[in-house]
Design a protein around this ligand. Sequence first.
Ligand SMILES: C[S@@+](CC[C@H](N)C(=O)[O-])C[C@H]1O[C@@H](n2cnc3c(N)ncnc32)[C@H](O)[C@@H]1O
Length: 363
Amino acid sequence: MSTTLIQQVEDYLAATLLSPQGAAQHLTGKVSKHELAPFLGHISAISASYISHSVGSKLASPITGAQAAEAYALYYTIINAAKLLHLIPSLSFEREEISVLDLGSGPGTAGLALLTALKKSIHLTCVEDSPHMRKVAERLLSRYRSTGVLSKLSIMPALSSRSTDRYDLVIAANVVAELDSVEGERAFQSLAERTAPGGYLVVIEPGQQQHTRRLMHLRDTLLSKNTEFAPLFPCLRRDSCPMLRLSETDWCHGVIEWQQPRLNAHLDDLLSFNKHRIKYSGFIFQRGGVTPPGIRALTPPEKTRIGIETLVCGEDTFGVVRIRKGARSEKNRALEKASVFDRLLVSQPLQGDDAEEVSFSKP
Ligand SMILES: C[S@@+](CC[C@H](N)C(=O)[O-])C[C@H]1O[C@@H](n2cnc3c(N)ncnc32)[C@H](O)[C@@H]1O
Protein backbone atom coordinates (compact mmCIF):
# COMPACT_ATOMS: atom_id res chain seq x y z
CA MET A 1 0.00 0.00 0.00
CA SER A 2 1.36 3.37 -0.96
CA THR A 3 2.28 5.63 1.94
CA THR A 4 1.91 8.61 -0.37
CA LEU A 5 -1.70 7.71 -1.19
CA ILE A 6 -2.55 7.36 2.49
CA GLN A 7 -0.96 10.70 3.37
CA GLN A 8 -2.71 12.25 0.36
CA VAL A 9 -6.12 11.11 1.66
CA GLU A 10 -5.31 12.34 5.17
CA ASP A 11 -4.13 15.72 3.87
CA TYR A 12 -7.41 16.09 2.03
CA LEU A 13 -9.42 15.14 5.14
CA ALA A 14 -7.48 17.69 7.21
CA ALA A 15 -7.90 20.41 4.59
CA THR A 16 -11.66 19.83 4.37
CA LEU A 17 -12.60 19.12 8.00
CA LEU A 18 -10.30 21.31 10.10
CA SER A 19 -10.64 25.07 10.51
CA PRO A 20 -8.43 27.15 8.17
CA GLN A 21 -5.92 27.53 11.05
CA GLY A 22 -5.94 23.77 11.75
CA ALA A 23 -5.54 22.95 8.06
CA ALA A 24 -2.59 25.37 7.81
CA GLN A 25 -0.97 23.80 10.89
CA HIS A 26 -1.41 20.33 9.36
CA LEU A 27 0.38 21.43 6.20
CA THR A 28 3.43 22.67 8.09
CA GLY A 29 3.57 20.22 11.00
CA LYS A 30 1.43 19.30 13.99
CA VAL A 31 -2.15 20.49 14.48
CA SER A 32 -2.55 22.10 17.92
CA LYS A 33 -4.53 20.37 20.65
CA HIS A 34 -6.74 23.47 20.74
CA GLU A 35 -7.80 22.87 17.09
CA LEU A 36 -8.42 19.16 17.66
CA ALA A 37 -10.16 19.51 21.03
CA PRO A 38 -13.73 19.74 19.61
CA PHE A 39 -13.29 16.36 17.90
CA LEU A 40 -11.64 14.39 20.69
CA GLY A 41 -14.72 13.81 22.87
CA HIS A 42 -16.70 12.60 19.84
CA ILE A 43 -13.96 10.17 18.77
CA SER A 44 -13.79 8.78 22.32
CA ALA A 45 -17.58 8.42 22.45
CA ILE A 46 -17.71 6.70 19.03
CA SER A 47 -14.95 4.30 20.08
CA ALA A 48 -16.70 3.54 23.40
CA SER A 49 -19.96 2.79 21.59
CA TYR A 50 -18.19 0.34 19.24
CA ILE A 51 -16.43 -1.40 22.12
CA SER A 52 -19.54 -1.79 24.30
CA HIS A 53 -21.82 -2.82 21.42
CA SER A 54 -22.91 -6.42 21.64
CA VAL A 55 -22.26 -8.23 18.37
CA GLY A 56 -25.40 -9.35 16.52
CA SER A 57 -27.56 -6.52 17.93
CA LYS A 58 -28.38 -3.23 16.25
CA LEU A 59 -25.91 -0.48 17.18
CA ALA A 60 -27.48 2.75 18.47
CA SER A 61 -25.66 5.19 16.20
CA PRO A 62 -22.96 7.22 17.96
CA ILE A 63 -23.17 9.78 15.14
CA THR A 64 -25.40 12.18 17.01
CA GLY A 65 -24.70 15.35 15.05
CA ALA A 66 -22.61 17.12 12.43
CA GLN A 67 -19.47 17.32 14.54
CA ALA A 68 -19.59 13.63 15.49
CA ALA A 69 -19.72 12.76 11.77
CA GLU A 70 -16.75 15.06 11.10
CA ALA A 71 -14.87 13.52 14.03
CA TYR A 72 -15.50 10.04 12.60
CA ALA A 73 -14.16 11.21 9.24
CA LEU A 74 -11.11 12.83 10.80
CA TYR A 75 -10.01 9.70 12.71
CA TYR A 76 -11.66 6.55 11.32
CA THR A 77 -11.87 7.30 7.61
CA ILE A 78 -8.12 7.08 7.02
CA ILE A 79 -7.90 3.78 8.94
CA ASN A 80 -10.75 2.23 6.97
CA ALA A 81 -9.51 3.69 3.67
CA ALA A 82 -6.18 1.95 4.40
CA LYS A 83 -7.99 -1.41 4.69
CA LEU A 84 -9.60 -0.89 1.32
CA LEU A 85 -6.38 0.33 -0.29
CA HIS A 86 -4.79 -2.88 0.97
CA LEU A 87 -7.43 -5.00 -0.83
CA ILE A 88 -7.80 -2.97 -4.05
CA PRO A 89 -4.82 -4.67 -5.79
CA SER A 90 -6.84 -7.93 -5.73
CA LEU A 91 -9.50 -6.37 -8.00
CA SER A 92 -9.17 -5.87 -11.71
CA PHE A 93 -11.53 -4.08 -14.05
CA GLU A 94 -11.39 -4.04 -17.82
CA ARG A 95 -13.79 -1.18 -18.40
CA GLU A 96 -12.74 2.48 -18.11
CA GLU A 97 -15.85 3.38 -16.09
CA ILE A 98 -17.00 1.24 -13.19
CA SER A 99 -20.13 1.41 -11.07
CA VAL A 100 -19.68 1.14 -7.32
CA LEU A 101 -22.25 0.64 -4.56
CA ASP A 102 -21.06 1.45 -1.03
CA LEU A 103 -23.48 0.39 1.71
CA GLY A 104 -23.02 2.21 5.02
CA SER A 105 -20.65 4.59 3.29
CA GLY A 106 -20.25 6.85 6.32
CA PRO A 107 -18.42 9.98 5.18
CA GLY A 108 -17.57 8.37 1.82
CA THR A 109 -14.58 6.36 3.04
CA ALA A 110 -14.51 3.76 0.26
CA GLY A 111 -15.19 6.40 -2.40
CA LEU A 112 -12.20 8.45 -1.23
CA ALA A 113 -9.94 5.39 -1.32
CA LEU A 114 -11.11 4.30 -4.78
CA LEU A 115 -11.02 7.79 -6.28
CA THR A 116 -7.46 8.24 -5.04
CA ALA A 117 -6.14 4.81 -6.03
CA LEU A 118 -8.05 3.53 -9.07
CA LYS A 119 -7.19 4.89 -12.47
CA LYS A 120 -10.84 4.58 -13.52
CA SER A 121 -13.84 6.78 -13.87
CA ILE A 122 -16.25 5.90 -11.08
CA HIS A 123 -20.03 6.04 -10.95
CA LEU A 124 -20.52 5.98 -7.18
CA THR A 125 -23.66 5.23 -5.19
CA CYS A 126 -23.38 5.72 -1.44
CA VAL A 127 -26.09 4.39 0.86
CA GLU A 128 -25.96 5.90 4.31
CA ASP A 129 -28.77 6.24 6.82
CA SER A 130 -27.22 8.98 8.99
CA PRO A 131 -28.04 12.44 7.58
CA HIS A 132 -24.93 13.85 9.29
CA MET A 133 -22.71 11.30 7.59
CA ARG A 134 -24.41 11.96 4.23
CA LYS A 135 -23.58 15.67 4.56
CA VAL A 136 -19.91 14.98 5.26
CA ALA A 137 -19.80 12.45 2.39
CA GLU A 138 -21.23 15.09 0.04
CA ARG A 139 -18.56 17.58 1.18
CA LEU A 140 -15.69 15.13 0.86
CA LEU A 141 -16.68 13.48 -2.41
CA SER A 142 -18.12 16.31 -4.45
CA ARG A 143 -14.76 17.93 -5.22
CA TYR A 144 -13.97 14.85 -7.34
CA ARG A 145 -16.89 15.69 -9.62
CA SER A 146 -14.83 18.41 -11.29
CA THR A 147 -11.79 16.17 -11.76
CA GLY A 148 -13.58 13.79 -14.12
CA VAL A 149 -12.82 10.65 -12.05
CA LEU A 150 -16.24 10.77 -10.41
CA SER A 151 -18.59 10.44 -13.36
CA LYS A 152 -21.72 10.34 -11.17
CA LEU A 153 -22.41 10.56 -7.44
CA SER A 154 -25.62 9.57 -5.67
CA ILE A 155 -25.87 9.61 -1.89
CA MET A 156 -29.07 8.07 -0.57
CA PRO A 157 -30.49 7.07 2.82
CA ALA A 158 -31.53 3.53 1.87
CA LEU A 159 -31.30 0.94 -0.84
CA SER A 160 -34.42 0.84 -2.95
CA SER A 161 -35.87 -2.67 -2.91
CA ARG A 162 -37.29 -2.04 -6.40
CA SER A 163 -33.98 -1.10 -7.99
CA THR A 164 -32.63 -3.56 -10.53
CA ASP A 165 -29.24 -1.81 -10.80
CA ARG A 166 -26.19 -4.07 -10.75
CA TYR A 167 -22.70 -2.85 -9.82
CA ASP A 168 -19.16 -3.77 -10.83
CA LEU A 169 -18.05 -3.35 -7.24
CA VAL A 170 -20.22 -3.64 -4.14
CA ILE A 171 -18.68 -2.65 -0.82
CA ALA A 172 -19.90 -2.99 2.75
CA ALA A 173 -17.18 -1.76 5.09
CA ASN A 174 -17.69 -1.87 8.84
CA VAL A 175 -21.45 -1.72 8.47
CA VAL A 176 -22.64 -5.30 8.92
CA ALA A 177 -21.19 -4.97 12.45
CA GLU A 178 -23.87 -2.36 13.15
CA LEU A 179 -26.79 -4.52 11.99
CA ASP A 180 -28.66 -7.14 13.97
CA SER A 181 -28.38 -10.79 12.92
CA VAL A 182 -31.45 -10.84 10.67
CA GLU A 183 -30.63 -7.49 9.02
CA GLY A 184 -27.01 -8.56 8.56
CA GLU A 185 -27.98 -11.69 6.64
CA ARG A 186 -30.53 -9.78 4.58
CA ALA A 187 -28.01 -7.07 3.72
CA PHE A 188 -25.44 -9.66 2.65
CA GLN A 189 -27.92 -11.36 0.33
CA SER A 190 -29.16 -8.08 -1.08
CA LEU A 191 -25.58 -6.97 -1.82
CA ALA A 192 -24.87 -10.29 -3.53
CA GLU A 193 -27.94 -9.78 -5.74
CA ARG A 194 -26.73 -6.30 -6.72
CA THR A 195 -23.31 -7.52 -7.83
CA ALA A 196 -23.06 -7.55 -11.64
CA PRO A 197 -21.80 -10.64 -13.51
CA GLY A 198 -18.01 -10.51 -13.19
CA GLY A 199 -18.37 -7.94 -10.40
CA TYR A 200 -16.84 -8.03 -6.94
CA LEU A 201 -18.40 -8.03 -3.50
CA VAL A 202 -16.03 -6.72 -0.82
CA VAL A 203 -17.02 -6.94 2.83
CA ILE A 204 -14.75 -5.59 5.53
CA GLU A 205 -15.43 -5.79 9.24
CA PRO A 206 -13.72 -4.49 12.37
CA GLY A 207 -10.71 -6.57 13.37
CA GLN A 208 -12.32 -8.07 16.44
CA GLN A 209 -12.94 -11.72 17.21
CA GLN A 210 -16.75 -11.68 17.50
CA HIS A 211 -17.35 -9.48 14.45
CA THR A 212 -14.99 -11.61 12.41
CA ARG A 213 -16.55 -14.91 13.42
CA ARG A 214 -19.95 -13.50 12.51
CA LEU A 215 -18.55 -12.47 9.14
CA MET A 216 -17.19 -16.00 8.65
CA HIS A 217 -20.72 -17.35 9.27
CA LEU A 218 -22.17 -14.88 6.76
CA ARG A 219 -19.52 -15.97 4.26
CA ASP A 220 -20.66 -19.58 4.63
CA THR A 221 -24.30 -18.61 4.11
CA LEU A 222 -23.54 -16.44 1.09
CA LEU A 223 -21.54 -19.15 -0.65
CA SER A 224 -24.07 -21.87 0.08
CA LYS A 225 -26.97 -19.80 -1.29
CA ASN A 226 -25.17 -18.24 -4.26
CA THR A 227 -23.35 -20.91 -6.21
CA GLU A 228 -22.18 -18.45 -8.86
CA PHE A 229 -19.99 -16.58 -6.34
CA ALA A 230 -16.34 -17.56 -5.94
CA PRO A 231 -14.28 -16.49 -2.96
CA LEU A 232 -11.04 -14.76 -3.99
CA PHE A 233 -9.65 -13.51 -0.69
CA PRO A 234 -8.64 -14.75 1.79
CA CYS A 235 -10.53 -18.03 1.21
CA LEU A 236 -9.23 -20.35 -1.47
CA ARG A 237 -12.10 -22.80 -0.98
CA ARG A 238 -15.86 -22.42 -1.19
CA ASP A 239 -17.07 -25.13 1.20
CA SER A 240 -17.90 -24.23 4.80
CA CYS A 241 -15.11 -22.50 6.69
CA PRO A 242 -13.00 -25.16 8.46
CA MET A 243 -11.73 -22.70 11.04
CA LEU A 244 -15.29 -21.90 12.07
CA ARG A 245 -16.18 -25.60 12.18
CA LEU A 246 -13.17 -26.73 14.15
CA SER A 247 -12.64 -23.91 16.61
CA GLU A 248 -14.97 -21.93 18.83
CA THR A 249 -12.58 -19.06 19.23
CA ASP A 250 -10.27 -18.68 16.23
CA TRP A 251 -10.94 -15.87 13.81
CA CYS A 252 -9.53 -15.36 10.34
CA HIS A 253 -7.95 -11.92 10.30
CA GLY A 254 -4.99 -9.99 8.97
CA VAL A 255 -2.87 -7.12 10.19
CA ILE A 256 -1.91 -4.16 8.04
CA GLU A 257 1.48 -2.68 8.79
CA TRP A 258 1.29 0.91 7.64
CA GLN A 259 3.23 4.05 8.06
CA GLN A 260 0.62 5.74 10.19
CA PRO A 261 -0.15 9.17 8.75
CA ARG A 262 0.82 11.98 11.06
CA LEU A 263 -2.56 13.45 12.04
CA ASN A 264 -3.88 9.96 12.86
CA ALA A 265 -0.79 9.25 14.98
CA HIS A 266 -1.21 12.62 16.74
CA LEU A 267 -4.88 11.87 17.48
CA ASP A 268 -3.78 8.48 18.86
CA ASP A 269 -1.40 10.24 21.23
CA LEU A 270 -4.07 12.66 22.42
CA LEU A 271 -6.66 9.89 22.86
CA SER A 272 -4.30 7.19 24.18
CA PHE A 273 -5.40 4.97 21.27
CA ASN A 274 -3.07 2.85 19.20
CA LYS A 275 -3.52 2.25 15.49
CA HIS A 276 0.07 1.86 14.44
CA ARG A 277 -0.98 -1.58 13.10
CA ILE A 278 -4.50 -2.23 11.78
CA LYS A 279 -6.24 -5.53 12.47
CA TYR A 280 -8.95 -6.30 9.95
CA SER A 281 -11.13 -9.01 8.58
CA GLY A 282 -12.55 -8.96 5.09
CA PHE A 283 -13.64 -11.08 2.18
CA ILE A 284 -13.62 -10.59 -1.57
CA PHE A 285 -16.08 -12.59 -3.67
CA GLN A 286 -16.57 -12.44 -7.42
CA ARG A 287 -19.75 -13.31 -9.24
CA GLY A 288 -18.71 -15.80 -11.88
CA GLY A 289 -15.08 -15.65 -10.74
CA VAL A 290 -12.59 -18.45 -10.29
CA THR A 291 -11.03 -19.09 -6.90
CA PRO A 292 -7.25 -19.04 -7.30
CA PRO A 293 -5.29 -22.22 -6.55
CA GLY A 294 -2.95 -22.80 -3.64
CA ILE A 295 -2.95 -22.20 0.08
CA ARG A 296 -2.86 -19.14 2.28
CA ALA A 297 -0.81 -18.68 5.41
CA LEU A 298 -3.19 -17.76 8.23
CA THR A 299 -0.61 -17.25 10.96
CA PRO A 300 2.94 -15.95 10.80
CA PRO A 301 5.46 -18.82 10.60
CA GLU A 302 6.56 -19.53 14.16
CA LYS A 303 9.78 -21.17 15.37
CA THR A 304 9.04 -24.02 17.76
CA ARG A 305 11.26 -26.72 19.30
CA ILE A 306 10.41 -29.03 16.39
CA GLY A 307 10.76 -26.59 13.51
CA ILE A 308 8.76 -23.86 11.85
CA GLU A 309 4.95 -24.02 12.02
CA THR A 310 2.28 -22.12 10.13
CA LEU A 311 -1.50 -22.51 9.99
CA VAL A 312 -2.60 -22.71 6.36
CA CYS A 313 -5.90 -22.96 4.50
CA GLY A 314 -6.71 -23.85 0.91
CA GLU A 315 -8.67 -26.28 -1.21
CA ASP A 316 -8.77 -29.60 0.72
CA THR A 317 -6.27 -28.21 3.24
CA PHE A 318 -6.62 -26.71 6.67
CA GLY A 319 -4.18 -27.12 9.51
CA VAL A 320 -0.72 -26.52 10.79
CA VAL A 321 2.12 -27.25 8.39
CA ARG A 322 5.54 -27.94 9.85
CA ILE A 323 9.03 -27.68 8.41
CA ARG A 324 11.19 -29.77 10.71
CA LYS A 325 14.58 -28.54 11.86
CA GLY A 326 17.10 -29.83 9.36
CA ALA A 327 14.47 -29.96 6.58
CA ARG A 328 14.61 -26.24 5.81
CA SER A 329 15.51 -25.79 2.15
CA GLU A 330 15.06 -23.63 -0.92
CA LYS A 331 11.84 -25.51 -1.77
CA ASN A 332 10.11 -24.56 1.49
CA ARG A 333 11.66 -21.08 1.84
CA ALA A 334 8.48 -19.36 0.54
CA LEU A 335 6.45 -20.93 3.38
CA GLU A 336 9.04 -20.00 5.98
CA LYS A 337 9.00 -16.38 4.77
CA ALA A 338 5.21 -16.12 4.29
CA SER A 339 3.23 -13.27 5.80
CA VAL A 340 -0.37 -13.72 6.90
CA PHE A 341 -2.70 -14.05 3.88
CA ASP A 342 0.15 -14.64 1.42
CA ARG A 343 -0.94 -17.13 -1.24
CA LEU A 344 1.45 -19.94 -2.10
CA LEU A 345 1.36 -22.62 -4.76
CA VAL A 346 2.18 -26.16 -3.63
CA SER A 347 3.84 -28.86 -5.74
CA GLN A 348 1.50 -31.56 -4.38
CA PRO A 349 -1.49 -31.75 -2.01
CA LEU A 350 -0.50 -31.30 1.62
CA GLN A 351 -1.03 -34.42 3.68
CA GLY A 352 -0.66 -34.29 7.42
CA ASP A 353 1.40 -31.61 9.05
CA ASP A 354 4.78 -32.57 7.65
CA ALA A 355 5.67 -30.61 4.52
CA GLU A 356 9.06 -32.16 3.84
CA GLU A 357 8.27 -33.42 0.32
CA VAL A 358 6.34 -30.34 -0.79
CA SER A 359 7.67 -27.31 -2.69
CA PHE A 360 6.09 -23.92 -2.04
CA SER A 361 6.29 -20.98 -4.39
CA LYS A 362 4.81 -17.51 -4.75
CA PRO A 363 2.43 -17.29 -7.74
C1 LIG B 1 -18.64 2.28 11.11
S1 LIG B 1 -19.41 3.24 9.91
C2 LIG B 1 -18.49 2.75 8.48
C3 LIG B 1 -18.40 3.86 7.47
C4 LIG B 1 -17.50 3.53 6.29
N1 LIG B 1 -18.02 2.42 5.53
C5 LIG B 1 -16.11 3.24 6.77
O1 LIG B 1 -15.65 2.09 6.62
O2 LIG B 1 -15.45 4.14 7.29
C6 LIG B 1 -20.95 2.43 9.58
C7 LIG B 1 -21.90 3.34 8.84
O3 LIG B 1 -23.00 2.55 8.40
C8 LIG B 1 -24.19 3.33 8.55
N2 LIG B 1 -25.33 2.41 8.61
C9 LIG B 1 -25.66 1.56 9.62
N3 LIG B 1 -26.76 0.86 9.29
C10 LIG B 1 -27.12 1.24 8.05
C11 LIG B 1 -28.16 0.87 7.15
N4 LIG B 1 -29.05 -0.08 7.47
N5 LIG B 1 -28.25 1.51 5.96
C12 LIG B 1 -27.34 2.45 5.62
N6 LIG B 1 -26.33 2.83 6.42
C13 LIG B 1 -26.21 2.24 7.61
C14 LIG B 1 -23.94 4.12 9.82
O4 LIG B 1 -24.74 5.26 9.89
C15 LIG B 1 -22.46 4.44 9.71
O5 LIG B 1 -22.24 5.67 9.07
